[in-house]
Design a protein around this ligand. Structure first.
Ligand SMILES: Cc1ncc(C[n+]2csc(CCOP(=O)(O)OP(=O)(O)O)c2C)c(N)n1
Ligand SMILES: CC(=O)[C@@H](O)[C@H](O)COP(=O)(O)O
Ligand SMILES: [Mg+2]
Length: 634
């Protein structure tokens, strides 16, 4: 076995290509076995085993900068840079991060989690290198899916213009999470499949040069014909026109060819794009045959790839997907838009039912948002189905195109709250704070999946502008689902439990936490009210006034950034109404990035638990004897 002895990429340099191939197989086995227990991004990593080996064989990390787009395919890089003994802890609390992580290793030079940042990062590093007069290599590894992201196009435009020396490796496995989409994807597929394109670029260019130059009137025509021939025969002309030297396509599982191509790339002075063809899930049948499943897999049986995840209540996402079908039948104008997350957003059933009314735009959150604005302005009812974390990309489009136009766009914001194993790059805890202040927007969060269904109906019937509902990445509560859907009064909260001295104002899954805490405290003689603060905007003004009049001590409990979310909104409300003695305590996500682990651990870490809430209310009670209780507040 070679693998256990490899703990520094320098050791690769003395291996023969046969030994590298053996190592590739050992790494595959290692990943397939380890991930049965931890889960993780299996398919993407199995696809880049040879590519990563070839990179570390040819270049000197960390001196040469290797930048992995998204960073979900860096497991092999982690194995080769001294972290193989930590794979049992992958994506667990205090364990190895599922993405590239600077604090883990000097070889991790750029962190991500969101896609399409690698080319801008590479350009920045190449610029800094040149300005400092250094001569290291800069290499960005970007997938065909990540290349659909707007940032990648912006960077290509800049890199091709600047002509600095850097290498872009396009890892083309024809897959985003779902099968890749778009015109660029079609272009790459053409290069992949057209046998003409597989002719070596040099060979074609040599043959064209052999056509003698002619003077006179015919010259221009002949040059044009030569150009056309080149466009027909040479792959990657699009990239060449953008200022890159295109090399490939190269079989990404052939170590010798990869190494040769990298050596060739080293001789190019400006930017090079190496087009590498790989197979997602390579070497593990279940992953090769079910690409979608193998992208981010939970623990599984090694023989079949079958998930070991216990079957629970349907997730909020599934309830969303099913309800969307019901609403799609009700209103033919309803159309779903996803930026490359059709499966994760629960839209496959909808796409099956209404193939013409589901649009996957690729990793293009900004475009998706503006597209929805325009669809709405032309009388359609678009649902922008998006993960909270990825919606961060579309902030300007939400303000400028959707809300300013007061367009009837419905936002289905999934993964709102903690997400668990993906950790800090993916936490959905900022959207309330970055959307609540935008004029025209209505924002809701359901206490359970049944209420989600009513919110979806509310959104469809609301025709006064943009409206959002956000829901978590967890199983539903198992509550009975009402067959008949109804609209909720905009801005209405629900008082679920009475309680004059103390009340918890909670949203989403925190409502259940509040109910459980109230039940425990009741047994201890402390009566605590629970309010389902299901509208994050507008707030329920009359209920807030009632609570203040009753001099109720309130705790605002939310799995969202404490700064700027519901708690802040409540404080602003009382300040605006000059109610200065309202007793408001905040329990939200503190001013920290919360790392990977389970959602339970993330809630414990941030004090968003039944125990922490009980303790907080008991402390409030203990301290209350030292504070003067007023009854008049307005
Ligand atoms: C801005 C953003 N939107 C969506 C995602 C979700 N996402 C993660 S990986 C991925 C697919 C990337 O495909 P590709 O770059 O081809 O890598 P592969 O998994 O095929 O190796 C998507 C859509 C993301 N990480 N960032
Ligand atoms: C890398 C990435 O961004 C996605 O693959 C993400 O891990 C998917 O998350 P879900 O499992 O919540 O769909
Ligand atoms: Mg891909």
């Amino acid at each position: 076995m070679l693998l256990p002895q490899i703990n520094d990429p320098e050791q690769l340099k003395s291996l023969s290509t046969e030994e590298l191939a053996t190592l590739a197989e050992e790494i595959r086995r290692f990943l397939i076995e380890k991930l049965t227990v931890t889960g993780g991004h299996l398919g993407s990593n199995l696809g880049v085993v040879e590519l990563t080996l070839a990179l570390h064989y040819c270049y000197d990390s960390p001196r040469d900068k290797m930048i992995y787009d998204v960073g979900h395919q860096a497991y092999v890089h982690k194995i080769l840079t001294g972290r193989q003994d930590r794979f049992d802890t992958l994506r667990k609390r205090d364990g190895l991060c599922g993405f590239v992580k600077r604090s883990e290793s000097e070889h991790d030079v750029w962190e991500a989690g969101h896609s399409s940042t690698s080319l801008s990062a590479a350009m920045g590093m190449a610029m800094a290198r040149d300005l400092k007069g250094e001569d290291n290599k800069v290499i960005a590894v970007i997938g065909d899916g990540a290349l659909t992201g707007g940032m990648a196009f912006e960077a290509l435009n800049h890199i091709g213009h600047e002509k600095r020396k850097l290498m872009v490796i396009l890892n083309d496995n024809e897959m985003s999470i779902a099968p890749n989409v778009g015109a660029m994807h079609n272009y790459l597929s053409k290069i992949r499949s057209d046998r003409h394109y597989l002719r070596a670029k040099d060979e074609v260019e040599r043959s064209l040069k052999k056509i003698p130059a002619i003077g006179g009137k015919l010259a221009k025509t002949v040059e044009k014909i030569k150009d056309s021939l080149k466009y027909m025969m040479v792959p990657g002309v699009l990239f060449e026109e953008l200022g890159f030297t295109y090399l490939g396509p190269v079989d990404g599982h052939d170590l010798e060819k990869l190494i040769d191509t990298f050596h060739q790339a080293d001789n190019v002075s400006g930017p090079v794009l190496v087009h590498v063809l790989t197979t997602k899930g390579k070497g593990y049948k279940p992953a090769e045959t079910d690409y979608y499943k193998s992208h981010a897999i939970s623990p599984y049986k090694i023989e079949s790839g079958q998930s070991l995840k216990a079957v629970g209540n349907p997730m909020y996402t599934e309830v969303f997907g099913q309800t969307l079908i019901e609403l799609g039948h009700e209103d033919k104008r309803l159309i779903a838009v996803t930026p490359a997350m059709p499966g994760g957003s629960g839209l496959f059933p909808f796409a099956k039912e209404f193939p013409d009314r589901m649009i996957d735009v690729g990793i293009a959150e900004q475009h998706a948002a503006t597209l929805c604005a325009a669809l709405a302005m032309e009388g359609m009812k678009p649902v922008f189905a998006v993960y909270s974390t990825f919606m961060q990309r579309a902030y300007d489009q939400i303000v400028h195109d959707i809300c300013r136009h007061n367009a009837n766009v419905m936002f289905a914001i999934d993964r709102a709250g903690f997400v668990g194993a993906d950790g800090e790059t993916h936490q959905g805890v900022y959207d309330i704070a970055f959307m609540r202040h935008i004029p025209n927007l209505v924002m809701m969060m359901p206490k359970d999946e049944n209420e989600l269904r009513h919110m979806m109906k509310t959104a469809l019937e609301y025709n006064d502008g943009p409206i959002a509902y956000r829901y978590p990445r967890i199983d539903g509560t198992g509550v009975q689902l009402d067959a008949e859907l109804r609209s909720l009064p905009i801005g209405s909260w629900e008082r679920l439990r009475p309680g004059d001295d103390y009340a918890v104002l909670a949203c989403g899954p925190m409502v259940q936490v509040a109910e459980e805490a109230a039940e425990i405290l009741k047994r201890e003689g402390i009566q605590v009210g629970v309010v389902n603060a299901r509208f994050l905007k507008p707030l329920d003004n009359s209920m807030l006034l009632e609570l203040a009049h009753a001099a109720t001590s309130m705790v605002v409990l939310e799995e969202a950034s404490q700064a700027g979310s519901l708690g802040s909104a409540v404080l602003e409300f009382y300040a605006e109404h000059e109610i200065y003695d309202a007793r408001v305590h905040l329990m939200g996500v503190p001013d920290l990035f919360i790392e990977h682990g389970s959602i339970k651990e993330q809630r414990q870490e941030t004090g968003l638990t039944v125990e922490a809430l009980c303790a907080r209310i008991k402390t409030m009670k203990a301290l209350s004897k030292y504070t003067y209780k007023t009854t008049s507040t307005s």
